[in-house]
Design a protein around this ligand. Structure first.
Ligand code: FRU
Length: 487
C-alpha cells in the first residue's frame, strides 16, 4: 500500500516515490500551505532536480501535487523560495489574480562540465493559479553569478521599513543580501559571515527571519545551513541572532549556535506570508548528505521533519532559538496516558502504557537537571535506539548504533556514531518532549533549546519503550499515540 511500506513515516511528509531533498518555496496563500521541494521525479537519488510540490490546509496532512518546475536550458531547478506578490510589484500578476513568485537557482550542468565558475544563477517563475502551474520569466536569470561557484538558494522576504524585497543568498563561505522593488531587478546590499560562525563546509540555504523573545520583542535571526561540518558530522543548521538595518546583518551575539544537533535536520527554512499572529514556522529535510542517497527505503527517499515553531529564549545577549513541534500536530494524538510518580530503579517499562503497537508516539516528562537517564526504544529483534541525558557530559545524546540497518552506507559516513548535544538550558528541570515515528525520533529538550533529530531503519517497528535511571521518581509522564496522516 502506498505510504505504508516498511520505514514509511506516518506523520511526516515524504514523497510518494523517488528522491526528495530541501524544502523550497514555503508560502501560505488562500488557506493553503505550500511545500515545494527538491525532487528527482525519475529516480530515488539526487540529480535531475525539479521542484516537487505538496499542499496542506493544516501543516499536518499533505497531498502531493504534480511536479511544479522542471529543468530548462539554464539548468536544474535548485533550492529557493516563494512569496505572494500581493501588491503586484513584479507586474506579473493580473487583476484579481496576484502572482505567487518563486526565486530559485538555475544550476547548469553544461557549464559545470566546461569547468566554468558561473554555474549557478538566480531565476524567477510565477503562478497565477494558486501554485498549480508555473511560468518561467522570459528574461531569466534575474540575478547573474557574481563569480562564486557556489551561488545559490535565494530566500526572499518583504522588508516593510524599506518597502522592498530582500534576498538572502549563499555564496560558498558567506551570505549575500540583495534588494529589489519588483522581484526582477536585484541590487547588492552587503555580505555577511566570512569570519563568523562555523565554516567546516559550504554555506547553503540561508533565511533572514524575525523571531520573538519571551517579552514578545522581535529580533532578526539569520539561519545558515552548512554542509559538511555539522556538530555531529555532515549537514547541519547554524543561526545568528542579530540586527538587520535595511542593508546589512550584524550578529550581536558571539559563538556558533545550532538549531538542531541531530544528524538529520538540514536545509530548514521558514514559511512566507503566514496568517497574522502565526509564529515563525520552519521545516527541515530529515536527512544528511553523508548517507541520504543510500537510505534503505523504497520506492521513495527522505522525509521532512515535523514543522516547528521558533521562539527566542534566554537572557538578553544570550538568546537562543527554541524549536517546538507545531501545535496543530496535537490533532493526531490519541489514547493519551498520564502516569504520575513513576519510580524508576533500573528500567521502567513505559511501552506497556502505549495502547497500540504502532511505535508512533509523543512522550513528555520532566526530571531534575542533574539526572542521568536513557530511553530505550526497542523491538523483538533486539534492535534499539537510545535517547538520553548524560549528566557527567552535560549532554543529550542519540545512539542508533544498534538500530537495525546501520550499514547501508560506509561506516565512515557516521550513521552509527552517537550524536551528542550540550544542554544549554540552566533551569532546575530537564523538560523532555520526544516524537517518534516509524523511522525517526525528534527530541525537543528544555522547551526546544536543545534539539536532536535522527532517522533509523529497524527491521520491525520499535514498539518497546523503557525509561532507565537509578533511583528516580518522575512526577509526570505523558504518552500519546500518533495517528497516521496517510489513512
Ligand atoms: C542543500 C543543497 C542546496 C542546493 C540543493 C540542490 O541541501 O545542496 O544548496 O540548492 O541542495 O538539490
Amino acid at each position: 500500500r502506498p505510504y505504508h511500506e516498511q520505514h514509511r513515516p506516518q506523520f511526516h511528509f515524504s514523497p510518494k516515490e523517488n528522491w526528495m531533498n530541501d524544502p523550497n518555496g514555503l508560502v501560505y496563500e488562500n488557506g493553503t500551505y505550500h511545500l515545494f521541494f527538491q525532487q528527482n521525479p525519475t529516480a530515488p537519488v539526487a540529480g535531475n532536480i525539479h521542484w516537487g510540490h505538496a499542499t496542506s490546509r493544516d501543516l499536518v496532512h499533505w497531498q502531493q501535487q504534480p511536479t511544479a518546475i522542471a529543468p530548462d536550458s539554464l539548468g536544474l531547478i535548485f533550492s529557493g523560495s516563494a512569496v505572494l506578490d500581493a501588491q503586484n510589484t513584479s507586474g506579473l500578476g493580473q487583476p484579481g489574480r496576484p502572482a505567487l513568485v518563486a526565486l530559485y537557482t538555475s544550476h547548469s550542468e553544461k557549464k559545470e562540465k566546461l569547468g566554468r565558475q558561473d554555474v549557478e544563477n538566480q531565476s524567477l517563475a510565477y503562478s497565477l493559479d494558486y501554485g498549480q502551474t508555473w511560468t518561467k520569466y522570459a528574461q531569466n536569470p534575474v540575478l547573474k553569478n557574481q563569480g562564486s561557484r557556489d551561488f545559490r538558494d535565494p530566500k526572499v522576504s518583504w522588508y516593510a521599513p524599506g518597502k522592498k524585497w530582500l534576498m538572502a543568498l549563499s555564496a560558498h563561505d558567506h551570505i549575500e543580501f540583495y534588494s529589489s522593488k519588483n522581484l526582477r531587478a536585484w541590487t547588492k546590499e552587503s555580505d555577511f559571515g566570512r569570519t563568523l560562525g562555523a565554516h567546516g563546509g559550504v554555506w547553503e540555504c540561508p533565511d533572514l527571519i524575525q523571531v520573538k523573545d519571551a517579552q514578545g520583542q522581535p529580533h532578526d535571526v539569520l539561519i545558515v545551513n552548512m554542509n559538511p561540518g555539522g556538530p555531529n558530522g555532515g549537514s547541519a543548521t547554524q543561526y545568528f541572532v542579530g540586527a538587520f538595518d535595511g542593508k546589512s546583518f550584524r550578529a550581536t551575539q558571539p559563538g556558533t549556535r545550532w538549531l538542531d544537533y541531530g544528524p538529520d535536520n538540514y536545509a530548514g527554512v521558514t514559511w512566507a506570508n503566514l496568517p497574522a499572529g502565526s509564529p515563525t514556522t520552519l521545516i527541515g529535510w530529515m536527512s544528511n548528505w553523508e548517507y541520504c542517497q543510500q537510505a534503505p527505503t523504497s520506492p521513495w527517499r527522505s522525509a521532512m521533519t515535523v514543522p516547528r515553531t521558533l521562539a527566542l529564549r534566554g537572557a538578553p545577549g544570550q538568546l537562543q532559538l527554541a524549536s517546538q513541534p507545531i501545535a496543530g500536530l496535537g490533532k493526531l494524538f490519541e489514547n493519551p496516558v498520564t502516569l504520575t510518580n513513576v519510580a524508576v530503579s533500573g528500567s521502567y517499562d513505559l511501552g506497556k502504557s502505549l495502547k497500540d503497537t504502532t511505535g508512533r508516539y509523543q512522550l513528555k516528562f520532566t526530571v531534575p537537571q542533574a539526572q542521568t537517564w536513557a530511553l530505550v526504544l526497542s523491538n523483538a529483534a533486539k534492535e534499539q535506539v537510545i535517547i538520553g541525558y548524560d549528566a557527567a557530559k552535560k549532554a543529550y545524546y542519540l545512539d542508533r548504533s544498534k538500530s537495525g540497518n546501520v550499514t547501508f552506507a560506509p561506516a565512515e559516513k557516521g550513521f552509527a556514531k552517537v550524536a551528542r548535544a550540550p544542554r544549554t538550558a540552566t533551569g532546575p528541570t530537564q523538560e523532555i518532549t520526544l516524537l517518534v515515528d516509524a523511522a525517526s525520533a525528534e527530541l525537543f529538550a528544555d522547551g526546544g533549546l536543545t534539539c536532536l533529530t535522527g532517522t533509523f531503519f529497524p527491521s520491525r517497528p520499535l514498539t518497546g519503550l523503557a525509561l532507565q535511571a537509578s533511583g528516580l521518581t518522575v512526577p509526570k509522564v505523558e504518552l500519546a499515540s500518533v495517528r497516521s496522516i496517510w489513512d
